[in-house]
Ligand binder design. Structure first.
Ligand code: ZN
Ligand code: ZN
Length: 226
């Protein structure tokens, strides 16, 4: 089982068309692919609509489940809740927030605003996350990301340490922007180990936590079609 909820296409700064990304993930043996391109208030509706068309073709013709997410990126912290709600309103399956990675000037307070927004599912690469924010993430059931991406992954050990103490749940995501970034099960296990997760925690993170997120997404879809 191979899950990855954080990938990019050239609808933001990735290299591939959504359709080609989906094709390559089928060949890689992905169980579920989540596409979460960088968005802000300006682009969220268009990007979600465009990715959705290819996701539907991938499901129909290749049988792969593709969830359409959106990564709120460098949006003012005080506007994250509004953009997250807008993303869900225009059809996103789930919302990622581009957290306070140590390698970019993300506005301080972004991690907390994402966690408290009520509509962010995954806090990506949270960087120098605080113990308080890790506790809030656990309380609000926001997944903390363990990142495979260069730069962002520098803080994985801290995210695991504080997240574990707080009882937060983790996901391993590639944050893939190019074909060479895509996941194999072996690499997912290696990244999880390198971040400091135990064997039991790796099982929970790679195989159980994705199911919790998928249930949330499916509940959202059902509520929408009602
Ligand atoms: Zn990001
Ligand atoms: Zn990303």
């Amino acid at each position: 089982m191979l899950y990855d909820f954080h990938t990019h296409t050239f609808l933001s700064d990735g290299e591939l068309l959504p359709m080609e990304l989906i094709r390559r993930c089928v060949v890689k043996g992905y169980t579920v692919l989540g596409i979460a391109d960088h968005i802000s208030h300006s682009t969220v509706a268009r990007v979600i609509e465009e990715v959705r068309r290819d996701a539907e073709l991938g499901k129909k013709h290749w049988g792969i489940e593709v969830f359409v997410g959106a990564e709120i990126t460098h949006v003012p912290a005080n506007a994250i809740a509004e953009v997250a709600a807008h993303g869900l309103a225009v059809g996103a399956d789930y919302i990622v927030c581009h957290g306070e990675t140590v390698v970019e000037p993300v506005e301080p307070g972004t991690n907390k605003a994402a966690i408290l927004s009520g509509n962010v599912d995954i806090l990506a690469h949270p960087g120098l996350i605080t113990a308080d924010d890790a506790k809030l993430a656990a309380e609000h059931e926001v997944f903390l990301e363990i990142s495979c991406r260069k730069g962002h992954s520098l803080a994985n050990g801290r995210v695991v340490q504080l997240g574990r103490e707080a009882g937060a749940k983790f996901l391993v995501n590639t944050d893939g922007h190019a074909p060479g970034d895509l996941l194999s099960e072996e690499f997912a296990v290696t990244v999880a180990h390198a971040a400091g997760l135990s064997d039991d925690e790796i099982k929970q993170t790679l195989y159980e936590n994705p199911k919790i997120l998928i249930e949330r997404i499916e509940r959202r879809r059902r509520e929408r079609t009602r």
